[in-house]
Design a protein around this ligand. Structure first.
Ligand SMILES: [Zn+2]
Length: 177
């Protein structure tokens, strides 16, 4: 299970924070059983850098182990999404462009990602929309006046980046993305 550390907006900031303040990554409690006092359990490498030819890869991700249930969890910086290869910033760009009516094919011609990846993302965003909307409206009931994806997401993303919105979604117990 991956928990997210808010406030880390770039891979460079993450690498520097992991070196200088590694304690900041330790979760207060085990996400599985709730026990405090997790142990550091090394790092694993994530291929998260796609913008600079991958020069920063592999990106170290801190892992922790629970002394109670012995299960492990990891702590991702805000900029790296769980399960997806592309950073939140790229997903935000794609989401807004697709909602504005651009096609997956046209966007993929402008660079990454490919149209099949974009299609999969859009399918998932549509499928999960009611959960995302529920979680976001818990944070700001005013967003309830935007009834559909095409209006809610642009309103939310004018206030915060997609990475921060997804942390709100995760906070109410909904898996992301
Ligand atoms: Zn535990």
């Amino acid at each position: 299970m991956a928990l997210i550390l808010p406030g880390i907006a770039s891979l460079e900031q993450h690498l520097s924070a992991l070196l200088t303040h590694p304690e900041g990554y330790r979760p207060k409690r085990c996400p599985h059983c709730g026990r405090a006092g997790l142990w550091c359990h090394g790092c694993y490498g994530r291929k998260a850098d796609r913008d600079r030819g991958g020069t920063l890869n592999p990106i170290a991700i801190a892992r922790f182990r629970c002394p109670g249930c012995c299960r492990t969890c990891s702590r991702l910086p805000e900029c790296i999404p769980p399960h997806r290869w592309y950073l939140w910033a790229v997903q935000q760009w794609a989401l807004l462009a697709l909602l504005a009516g651009r096609s997956c094919r046209a966007l993929s011609r402008e660079g990454m990602p490919g149209r099949h990846t974009l299609g999969r993302w859009m399918h998932r965003w549509r499928e999960r929309f009611h959960l995302h909307a529920f979680a976001l409206c818990q944070h700001d009931p005013g967003w309830g006046r935007y009834p559909g994806m095409a209006t809610l997401w642009p309103a939310v993303l004018a206030c915060m980046p997609l990475s921060a919105a997804m942390i709100l979604v995760q906070h109410v117990g909904i898996a992301i993305p």
